[in-house]
Design a protein around this ligand. Structure first.
Ligand SMILES: [Zn+2]
Length: 385
């Protein structure tokens, strides 16, 4: 299978063929190709490959007395994330880096056992906790700090760190799309927050290490309930429907879902459909944490259907606004690559027959694609007449 993603408005592809992994841009120029067996090696060595140009970040890391053995890993990851942190929050970001703590604890699973996670970021204590033992078990290999699951977990938690701000005196917390004050929820969408955090995690590993789908699978499998992985694909779909700027901007500036709803209402003026979409994403997240809840398979199909409905309307608008055929087809192709498909489910050992709504959504998408093909064929015929 191949994998694609949008970064800074451009699409990239990763294709595995004959034990080689190809990394391509949208014009199908091969940017890089490596032996699949070399991927772990790359994963371990890529820290050495990039330069930091932010002196302030370097200083903050240098001044942190808590991060000892892994300082370089933290520096590289934070340097990548720094780019996304809005300028107005950079000062706060550097200050927080100075007091950031890391701990390996088996406690994390008991703290967060409902969510079945291996890593945790505490806003109150500015501490990242990772259960190295659980990672070892999940991988069934001896643990090291170059291990893909460990690195992805650490990066995921650092993304939470960078996309949150906590004011103890005001009792106010901003975390991705969530906002709490005086112990009350002002707004929250934990599903979208986690999906976004995971999407950024994938981007980091894809762009810097050229990692392969198997590695993505491995990375995403650290969550036994699969939820973050699917939501990260929905986030990728959202980037195509709206724009990466709006999606990343809302998350890192803690603006909630309103900017996204507004952007989606440019496609479909009924803003209730946008609220419904984000509510369904949150419901999916909530139900994943309830053991024995069986209708969960339908929910991701329902979300995908809602996304496809937006795509159809967006394409219709594009046609009305005289966008070129090439541009329109490209949008549809990019979207298709990010659908939860039979292949994606298989890659996570899941059977598409257990997901009737996904089957339905894929059929719906194919019908739509066929109708677009017919539209352009008939158009061409008319032109030759
Ligand atoms: Zn998380």
């Amino acid at each position: 299978m191949d994998y694609s993603f949008v970064f800074e408005g451009k699409s990239y592809y990763i294709i595995v063929k004959d034990n080689k992994t190809f990394y391509m841009d949208e014009s199908e120029n091969i940017l890089d190709s490596i032996e699949t067996s070399e991927l772990e090696n790359r994963m371990f060595n890529y820290f050495n490959n990039s330069n930091s140009n932010s002196q302030e970040l370097d200083n903050a890391i240098q001044n942190n007395p808590n991060l000892t053995t892994q300082k370089e890993v933290f520096r590289q990851f934070l340097k990548y994330i720094e780019y996304y942190v809005p300028l107005s929050k950079r000062e706060e970001f550097y200050e927080k880096i100075k007091t950031l703590k890391y701990q390996n604890s088996t406690e994390v699973e008991s703290i967060q056992k409902d969510f079945n996670i291996v890593g945790f970021y505490s806003f109150e204590n500015n501490t990242i906790t990772i259960n190295e033992e659980a990672i070892k078990e999940a991988n069934q290999v001896s643990f090291n700090y170059g291990n893909a699951v460990y690195l992805a977990t650490l990066f995921h938690e650092l993304t939470h760190f960078a996309s949150s701000s906590y004011d103890k005196d005001a009792d106010e917390l901003f975390n991705g799309f969530n906002h709490y004050k005086d112990n009350k929820i002002i707004r929250s969408n934990n599903g979208l927050t986690e999906g976004m955090t995971e999407y950024i995690t994938f981007l980091r590993f894809l762009t810097e290490s050229g990692c392969d789908p198997e590695l993505i699978e491995q990375v995403s499998l650290r969550f036994t309930n699969n939820g973050y992985f699917f939501t990260s694909l929905f986030v990728a779909q959202l980037c195509i429907l709206t724009s990466p700027n709006v999606v990343f901007g809302s998350y890192f500036q803690n603006l909630g879902i309103m900017p996204l709803c507004k952007k989606l209402s440019e496609i479909d003026p009924d803003i209730n459909n946008a609220f419904k979409l984000f509510a369904t994403i949150e419901i999916d997240f909530k139900y994943r944490t309830i053991e024995g809840f069986n209708n969960i398979n339908d929910i991701i199909g329902i979300i995908q259907m809602q996304m496809i409905n937006y795509l159809k309307k967006a394409v219709k608008n594009d046609i009305m606004n005289n966008k070129s055929e090439e541009e329109i087809r490209q949008r549809i192709d990019f979207f298709e690559k990010k659908l939860i498909s039979e292949e994606i489910l298989k890659c996570k050992n899941l059977n598409i027959n257990d997901y009737p709504k996904i089957v339905e959504s894929i059929a719906d998408f194919q019908n739509f694609k066929d109708s677009i093909n017919k539209y352009y064929q008939s158009d061409k015929q008319n032109m030759t007449l």
